[in-house]
Write a protein that binds this ligand. Structure first.
Ligand SMILES: [Zn+2]
Length: 71
């Protein structure tokens, strides 16, 4: 596996973000994901983006959120 750059648009901050996905990250993701597309939660600025990824690590939908509930 090779490093990949994931690009997605966040509707909250109106930016296109570029995130480096290392080979190690991709291997761990594939081990843990038990359905596809699988969500990756990306924290940036003061909010989160739930980014759904397929098995080729292409973006399959983004849901931004300003709210996290930590119990
Ligand atoms: Zn954002």
């Amino acid at each position: 596996m090779v490093d990949k750059t994931l690009r997605f648009h966040c509707d909250l901050c109106k930016k296109t973000l570029a995130v480096k996905l290392t080979a190690e990250f991709q291997e761990n993701f594939k081990k843990k994901a038990d359905y596809w597309p699988y969500p990756m939660i990306y924290k940036h600025a003061d909010h989160w983006a739930v980014v759904y990824l397929d098995q080729q690590f292409k973006e399959r939908g983004v849901n931004p959120s300003k709210i996290i509930y930590e119990a």
